[in-house]
Design a protein around this ligand. Structure first.
Ligand code: MOS
Length: 742
């Protein structure tokens, strides 16, 4: 059996997905299922004066209209609504009271026999409001922006700006070459293909089985127990398959609260599915106004970096990430300072969206670096190499590994970067201007505590179980690969169970941390299985492994084998039969082996080609080469797809994506995927993904994760290519053709 880790294994859940056997949250049917339709606020701020549900209730097939007025009791304290990833503040409480905090806020749930009746009835609900003035424009709140709240614990502290170093103001003033610029990233939305939905099955004994779209079944389980004062065994949350999360399903969605509320009120099974527009108030990438100042020497080394940012959050919660620190991490600079402020607007709370903070911040940094390269008359890649940082300067420590130089070299070579002509507007093809740009990407390599259970049966089958999610990224597949290698089994003999709150503990799937966490967790548990088998083997009469120590034996091809002498082996099936056991089962928790003396980051280099129609300003991204250093790559096929997805998202960020709020009404104007533009096939051309070799020992398998690194830097590489093609620098995303016509 060849090892599976590192191969291009196809998805083990692929057939289930393409045949429709894989059911999503809203696909689960039970007899007598009721359907909920959500009614949303049409004002942005104020109070509900009255909700008239009489026309809806008069319809045949409508069972209930739940509002803040008639809902069953709910807790009256913020703590009860705090989910695992809640920011500081006062979490939103669905259908709690008459206060309106944002446009599109759920104000009622219509429950009916069919989804059609529910939706029609929802359209008949009349609400009267007392409106209050609102502000939804970041630029109208800059004066009143506030710093992020003090961190309550070390986990929170990582989201505050790093400490400044040196004397940045003096160094900037004295720098031979300076570049300063303001960069803007608009509000963006995740738009996963799968709509948010919850199917709550009201079991005969009153327990609830909840199929919910979530990146963390146990986080939702804990949250629902808290909001509804349930004992853990009274409710089970499942999410075995997901059609994309990207961060918007990290926090529990209000569809789950509404569905459980209705199921408990009516003692019936209820499904609530949000419409596409309703998903736009679940969360979004915060708009971000950034200012960057770079001070350099004439030789292209950096002296000083100053990066400040204002990001958007709600009035009621202070969502933020460490937005600005990426700058002083990525490039060597003796002097650096950072500032981060929050503009609190009358919108729902912003949230994590693929590579939160880095995707936005590195767009600004890498655009600014390109502008500095122009000012220095230096090749942009050469500038990055001269500013290359061997150490994490925030903490003054080495990296566990950093093969970014290899990323630059391999991507540049594959792209043909040396053929670039330096001057803007100097490359053409027919009537198109051709531009080549590049940028760096960086993300964290994280690991979280996780528990894995393995049950190995005498027939050579293993079941691997953990409450983590597969948000579409391939978690099932890598878990099967790692387990097959660790247990010495064919991959077809491994079944994976995940996405169920009753399984062994896992945090939410986010931050690109699950591959490293669950894979090392599987190895730990497989070692416990091996130890138990060895314990049995040593008790067998005339055992070939009588004096073997755990570290001396491995599981391979259905056998327990001495690493020193392959002839000393016992068949696991024989061993179990003779020992009178039909299965061995182990459940182990694996904590990160955190070495504070090393920084753990993944890196990438992106090279982009654009062709710009000179008359019309139409931009096509014709080629991208992305080289990624992310430690050990478990599965070259699914990992490559992850990076491709990130790069495509980078194209969207650069050219298409922008959520428009009508500030007069406080309402999102393009809350649908017809008017919120994402890249489609016609926008996506040639993308090449390269994984560079990067041995890493920050965890036993050397995994860093690839969920987010693919997007970071792509928008800047494209913006830089657009500047190279046209001579026009666009600092506010997306780069639409009107911005090229100035
Ligand atoms: Mo990711 S934005 O942590 O789902």
């Amino acid at each position: 059996m060849a090892p599976y880790i590192g191969t291009a294994q196809s998805r083990v859940d692929g057939i289930a997905k393409v045949t429709g056997a894989a059911k999503y949250a809203a696909d689960h049917n039970v007899a007598g299922l009721l359907h909920g339709s959500v009614v949303c606020s049409t004002i942005t701020k104020g109070r509900i004066r009255r909700i008239d549900a009489s026309a809806a209730m008069a319809l045949n097939g409508v069972l209930a209209v739940l509002t803040h007025d008639n809902r069953p009791p709910m807790p009256d304290n913020d703590e009860a609504y705090k989910d695992d990833t809640a920011p500081a503040g006062s979490p939103f409480r669905p259908l709690y009271d008459d206060r309106i905090l944002f446009n599109g806020q759920p104000i009622a749930l219509v429950v009916a026999e069919t989804s059609e009746i529910a939706r029609f009835a929802a359209s008949l609900i009349q609400a009267d409001y007392d409106q209050a003035p609102h502000v939804t424009d970041i630029r109208r709140r800059l004066d009143q922006s506030v710093p992020p709240p003090q961190a309550k614990d070390p986990l929170d502290a990582v989201f505050l700006p790093p400490k400044p170093r040196g004397t940045p103001d003096r160094a900037l003033a004295a720098a031979a070459v300076r570049h300063e610029g303001e960069y803007y990233v608009p509000i963006e939305h995740h738009n996963p293909m799968e709509l948010f939905g919850s199917t709550v099955i009201f079991e005969s004994d009153g327990r609830l089985t909840v199929y919910d779209k979530t990146q963390g079944v146990q986080a939702v389980h804990k949250y629902l127990c808290s909001v509804f004062s349930l004992r853990p065994e009274e409710i089970r949350v499942l999410s075995p398959f997901m059609g994309g999360g990207f961060g918007v399903a990290l926090r529990p969605g209000f569809q789950a609260v509404l569905a459980v509320l209705a199921a408990r009120a009516l003692k019936r099974s209820v499904r609530v599915v949000l419409t596409r527009p309703q998903m736009y108030v679940l969360g979004y990438r915060p708009a971000m106004i950034q200012h960057i100042a770079l001070g350099a020497n004439t030789d292209g080394t950096l002296e000083a970096i100053a990066h400040d940012a204002v990001t958007v959050t709600s009035q009621y919660e202070d969502y933020h990430r460490q937005e600005t620190g990426w700058s002083g991490l990525l490039y060597k600079s003796a002097h650096a300072k950072y500032e981060h402020r929050l503009a609190k607007l009358d919108l729902a709370t912003s949230c994590d969206m693929r590579a939160p903070s880095a995707a936005s911040a590195v767009f600004a940094l890498e655009s600014a670096m390109d502008e500095l390269a122009v000012a220095l008359k230096l090749d942009p890649l050469e500038l990055r190499l001269r500013c290359y940082s061997e150490r994490d300067q925030h903490e003054d420590r080495a990296y566990s590994s950093k093969a970014l130089r290899d990323c630059y070299r391999q991507a540049a070579e594959a792209f043909g970067w040396h053929k670039r002509s330096a001057a803007p507007r100097s490359m053409r093809e027919g009537s198109d201007l051709v531009g080549w740009g590049m940028a760096t990407g960086v993300w964290e390599a994280l690991q979280v505590p996780i528990t894995v259970r393995i049950v190995l049966t005498a027939n050579g089958h293993a079941e691997v179980a953990c409450a983590t999610s597969d948000i579409g990224t391939g978690t099932y597949t890598i878990m099967a690969q790692v387990a097959a290698d660790a247990l010495g089994l064919p991959i077809d003999n491994v079944s994976v169970k995940l996405g169920d709150s009753s399984l062994p503990q896992s945090p939410v799937e986010g931050g690109s941390w699950i591959a490293a966490s669950v894979s090392n967790g599987i190895v730990t548990t497989a070692e416990a299985i091996r130890d138990e088998l060895l314990h049995l083997a040593r008790q067998m009469p005339n055992s070939a492994l009588a004096d073997a120590m755990p570290a001396d034996v491995a599981l391979s091809e259905g056998k327990l084998v001495s690493r020193r002498d392959a002839k000393r082996a016992v068949l696991i099936a024989d061993l179990m039969r003779q020992s009178g056991v039909d299965r061995v089962s182990q459940e182990k928790t694996t904590n990160p082996n955190h070495d504070a003396t090393r920084a753990n980051n993944a890196h990438a280099a992106h090279f982009a080609e654009v062709k710009v129609d000179e008359q019309l300003g139409i931009i096509r991204v014709t080629r991208i080469v992305s080289a990624v250093a992310a430690g050990r790559i478990l599965n070259t096929k699914t990992a490559s797809s992850q990076i491709l997805g990130g790069v495509v998202w980078g194209i969207g960020m650069a050219l298409h994506e922008e959520t428009h709020v009508d500030h007069a009404f406080g309402r999102i104007m393009n809350a649908n995927i017809a008017e919120y533009h994402v890249p489609v096939n016609a926008d996506v051309h040639d993308i090449k993904v390269i994984f560079v070799d990067e041995p890493d020992s920050s965890n036993p398998l050397g995994i860093k994760g690839v969920g987010e690194i693919g997007i970071v830097g792509v928008a800047a590489a494209i913006a830089n290519a657009v500047h190279h093609a046209t001579g026009t620098r666009v600092r506010d995303l997306p780069i639409t053709l009107d911005k090229l016509q100035r």
